[in-house]
Design a protein around this ligand. Sequence first.
Ligand code: ARG
Length: 571
Amino acid sequence: MKNFKQEIANKISEAMEIDKEEIYEYIEVPKDSKMGDYAFPCFKLAKELKKSPQIIAQDIKEKINTTGTDIEKIEILGGYLNFTISKIKIIQEVLKEIELKKDEYGKSDIGKNKTIIVEYSSPNIAKPFHIGHLRTTLIGKALYDIYKYLGYNTIGINHLGDYGTQFGKMIEGYKRWGQEYNIEDNPIEELTKIYVRINELCKSDESVLEDCRENFKKLEEGDQYCVELWKKFRDLSLKEFYRIYDLLDVKFDSLNGEAFYSDKTDEVIEILEKTGKLIESNGAKIIDLEDKKMPPCIICKSNGSTIYATRDLAAILYRARTYDFDKCLYVVAYEQNLHFKQVFEVAKLLGISEKCQKGLEHVSYGMVHLKDGKMSTREGKVIKVEDLLNESISRVKEIIEEKNPELTKEEKEDISTKVGIGAVVFNDLSGSRIKDEIFDWDTVLNFNGETGPYIQYTYVRTNSILKKVNKIPELEEIDFKELLNEDAINIVKLIYSYTDILISATKKNEPSILARYLIDLSKAFSTFYNDNKIIVENKKTQDARIYLTYATNIVLKNAANLLGIKMPEKM
Ligand code: ARG
């Protein structure tokens, strides 16, 4: 598909003899489409050219000859030069591209030869998978899929919290009372009970705590009994996590969690020791970060054991060697901001390439607050994600039961699952990730609001329109002029910008950009649909409108899938 922005950049670059890449970076899309399709902020060149933006705008305008180009109009507005592209050309480009790529519309290879690691989900073994883990899982999955669609070599890692002294306690508790608990059927809940109980005992009996420490030591040394138990806890927990992952269709390329790095921390310590920066402090080994205005990063505790941060450093070393990544994204809550700042700082001492060093990025996100006070985690009541998803599904089932009683049981099942999950997913991804999220059922499941169900509903509407005609018309039969009205053009422009939207979502690692886009496209289609009849007498008009509906249908589904939302075929 033609890149109009590039065409404009080339023209400006020729006129001013300035690098076209630089110009391309500066070109913006005006918020109000009445101001044109693209705007060039001339003040960006004012310093370089020692001229006022107005003079520069005048200069460029005079030097650009638009005959034979796709540029229809150039206007000066303030310090901006505004470009309008021929509408017919945009329509033509978009529809041709839809015909060519179909379901793969918007796919790109700009990420070719670049490797992106997305680390996400990363729950702790034998601990509840809480609503914060749901956010990392959804943001991470969306980023993973978007990067992949743009041609990046993408690696998804679930950095499981499967290591640490707490396993010494868990083993002790299980050894004592394992028989009393049904950990096969309900692993996380039962293991949590054991954990709470052993902690109580440890508090009153110092010797039990000693036994726990001993267990952890044995686990580190590879003692068969301890390792087997640890494996059992891990496997059972994973089985439970996968019930959620399967519901959300989340997959990982690697489940190498903290335990995987337990035998790789010695090398980290050796490397750090050689730099001369690893210093003793109260028996512990630390890296001082005072000059970076941060507390020190502990590498080794006084008893010789390593910590969470040490294992993260080992992971960086391993990933740099194994994947030679361009970016390694950590989708983790903002509570860990300091942790990652410290770790990334210390990682500079590991001798990894500058590319990898610079590619480390903490993609942090805010907390989830539930509007319904009953569900607050503060009171120690943890909301299980699985329960939340199932509740959403059953709430939708009730709505569907009422709205569409004529559907078969299977259809109702399918719709409720897709809509119930889609609603939660969209709600989670629609706000900018760093903001705290309010979870309120009335918003989440509002079919008319800016929600997942609204997008799915719009998609289903395009589906039923397409079903009314026997087949999608051939592109050659389409008269593009039929789409020269504001409502249609709005849709066409949105569809044209799809790949750019995906690119900006990756630049900011912000799935909400794509979520916003889905709302914009759904609204644009609803307006078009309300103002224009699609099935009409005049075949030429109908064919063009059907083709636009077809294009919208493809992009809605594609974009929703990239966010992790599945589209029902009816609703
Ligand atoms: N397991 C941790 C938690 O649940 C998150 C791990 C984040 N990733 C990392 N590389 N430290 O809080």
